[in-house]
Design a protein around this ligand. Structure first.
Ligand code: M6R
Length: 608
């Protein structure tokens, strides 16, 4: 998730690109850079941290005569968020520059091949490998950049949106994409590339939406789209959009939270990227290869990440046969926990900055336990403090209420289960491959389901907008999801909600049930269904109304059955979670709450 902008036109290109990056900063913000050709030189200027640092660097330079430029604001996926890893990247001859959003999965093999030819690399990125590969191909194409890009990409596996600039062709830019966003803006005497429309929205509303495998060449006055592999021309239509800048940043969604909920199919795909062996269907997590599967695991986290950890416990115990204890970090850090020497700590954090989780890591390290961080933000404090890091690869999450990050944590926990289950012999190769197959088909299932889930959530939110309290119930791996459903509802709609293990309800909370106190149950087609059903009968006996997430064909008689598409075993969580998120979202939106920035909350909790 990086921000990309490219410009060929008649205006001073560098200030225009910087201004475009400012509108894309929500996509990533750990470093930024620009490149342009001026006075016969291809310049690259980059800075670590927010865009302001890059602007400071540019203050002392005269960059006003270039009329083509490209810029990038980075959300790190490979390599720490430091200047040498910031984009653009130059090839070793200094004649080609690239900006890149995505992940080149086979970059290590290509890097080894190029290194053997004597090419030295200055960064840890896959992007620098790609620009050098294009430069190598240029040798065989007589300097034809279009041909060289096509040849290089025929060797690349992964996802990307790239823009390429060449010293030898100053007024031209090339761009192409596979599974990473890229759009072209068509102006008068100027053309643009952007990872998102806001990049160029003040200059043109005429947009060409690019598809996977399309390669585009622009100058100030021309643009041509072709097939990346064959270079055959492709006819494209220009669409006119009428979004304002704010709506465009949210991709047309009303709130970032809604956008992020709808990004979950992509989040699952991204989390799997580079981690599945296509031939065998087995999970690859090279970042953990140098340690054995844990004999005991202590998961430490807060909030939504804690709920993800609890869900992971059910999986890790059932499939990988690893004993797991899940700890609320703020409790763990002040206990005197017994941490056996054969234990491993897994700290889960979206931001990688949560102070209590960090304190939990320090405690574990002081007792000599190895720590694995499961983080989203590359280079965050927790990812640096941990001995090993697995990134959840969800991209920047802007909404304070965490949604897609939890989806990515569940996907990563499932991968960890399969990876360790194979390594300690608890799972067979075939069982692992079956689960992987189902996991890879999940994004498509979810993509189809999301619009319908939203409609149901809208309907139910209106029906229950006057409720002042909700009880969320689930059993087994649906219990942590019930906790999460309650957390989402209270944090953005300010309606009181409690998540409970359905079987525990009769030990107290049942006293609350009356016709004005609705219950939100998770009653899916799994081994817990008969038990959950009898818990719900107990609610009905007290005249309580029930909304139940369920599956077709189940014998369940409640006021509001909400039927979800079927997903097998643990994968049902990936469909259940967005339904819970959408219910909270629609309720908060209907009640007019500040969905993306709820009162009293912060995105990263760096205080006690
Ligand atoms: O960044 P982390 O995952 O460590 O954050 C943990 C919690 O602060 C976070 O999940 C919080 O509960 C969110 N508001 C949930 O939506």
């Amino acid at each position: 998730m990086c921000g990309i902008i490219g410009y060929c036109g008649h205006r001073p290109a560098v200030p225009l690109v910087i201004e475009g990056l400012r509108r894309l900063e929500y996509r990533g913000y750990d470093s930024a850079g620009v490149s342009f050709v001026q006075n016969g030189e291809l310049s690259v200027i980059r800075a670590e941290g927010k865009l302001g640092n890059l602007e400071k660097k540019l203050e002392s330079r005269n960059v006003f005569s270039a009329t083509s430029a490209m810029g990038h604001t980075r959300w790190a996926t490979h390599g720490a968020p430091v200047e040498k890893n910031a984009h653009p990247h130059l090839d070793h001859t200094g004649k080609l520059a690239i900006i890149h959003n995505g992940i080149i999965e086979n970059y290590q093999a290509i890097k080894a091949e190029l290194s053997a030819k004597g090419i030295a690399f200055r960064s840890d990125t896959d992007s620098e490998v790609l620009v050098n590969l294009i430069a190598e191909c240029l040798k065989d194409t007589g300097g034809d950049v279009t041909l060289a890009i096509s040849a290089a990409l025929s060797r690349v596996e992964g996802t990307y949106a790239i823009v390429v600039m060449s010293l030898d062709h100053p007024g031209t830019l090339w761009a192409t994409r596979v599974a990473s966003p890229l759009v072209m803006g068509v102006g008068t005497g100027e053309n643009f590339f952007g990872s998102d429309i806001p990049a160029f929205l003040p200059y043109t509303r005429d947009v060409v939406f690019l598809e996977d495998g399309e390669l585009v060449k622009i100058t100030a006055t021309s643009w041509e789209v072709m097939d990346t592999a064959t270079l055959a021309p492709i006819e494209k239509t220009v669409a006119h959009i009428n979004w304002d800048v704010q709506a465009a940043e949210k991709g047309g969604y009303k709130h970032f939270m809604l956008k992020e909920i709808f990004e979950q199919p992509k989040v699952i795909r991204d989390c799997l990227l580079g981690r599945i062996d296509a031939a065998t269907g087995q999970v690859r997590l090279p970042e953990l290869d140098d340690m054995p599967a844990p004999e005991r695991l202590h998961i430490v986290a807060c909030g939504t990440s804690y709920h993800a950890g609890l869900w992971g416990m059910y999986l890790l115990e059932k499939y990988a046969k690893i004993p797991v204890q899940v700890e609320i970090a703020s409790e763990f850090r002040y206990r005197d926990p017994i941490l056996p020497k054969n234990g491993v700590v897994l700290a889960i954090s979206q931001s990688g900055e949560t102070m209590d989780t960090m304190a939990g890591i320090k405690l574990a390290k002081s007792r000599g336990l190895p720590v694995i961080g499961l983080c989203n933000v590359v280079g965050s404090s927790i990812s640096r403090e941990a001995d090993h890091v697995v990134y959840s690869q969800a991209g920047p999450e802007i909404s304070v209420a965490s949604t897609k990050a939890m989806c990515s944590q569940l996907a990563a926990l499932l991968l960890l289960t399969l990876y360790w289950g194979r390594r300690n012999g608890a799972m067979t190769e075939a069982a692992c491959a079956d689960m992987v197959r189902e996991l890879t088909s999940l994004p498509a299932l979810l993509e189809n389901a999301l619009p319908g889930l939203r409609t149901s959530a809208q309907h139910l939110a209106r029906r229950y907008a006057e409720a002042t309290s909700f009880l969320f119930l689930g059993r087994g791996p649906c219990y942590p999801l019930a906790l999460e459903g309650a957390l989402k509802l209270k944090e953005i709609s300010y309606i009181h909600a409690e998540g409970y293990a359905a079987g525990e309800m009769k030990h107290g909370p049942i006293a609350l049930i009356d016709p004005r106190f609705p219950t939100f149950a998770i009653a899916l087609d799994d081994e817990f269904f008969p038990k959950v059903k009898s818990n719900l009968v107990e609610v009905q006996a007290r005249a309580g109304e029930i909304i139940a997430l369920t599956n077709e064909g189940l014998d369940l008689d409640v006021e509001h059955p909400w039927t979800l598409p079927r997903a097998n075993g643990p994968l049902a969580a990936f469909v259940t979670l967005p339904a819970l998120q959408l219910f909270a979202y629609e309720m908060a939106d209907y009640l007019g709450k500040d969905v993306d920035q709820p009162r009293n909350l912060a995105k990263s909790v760096t205080v006690e």
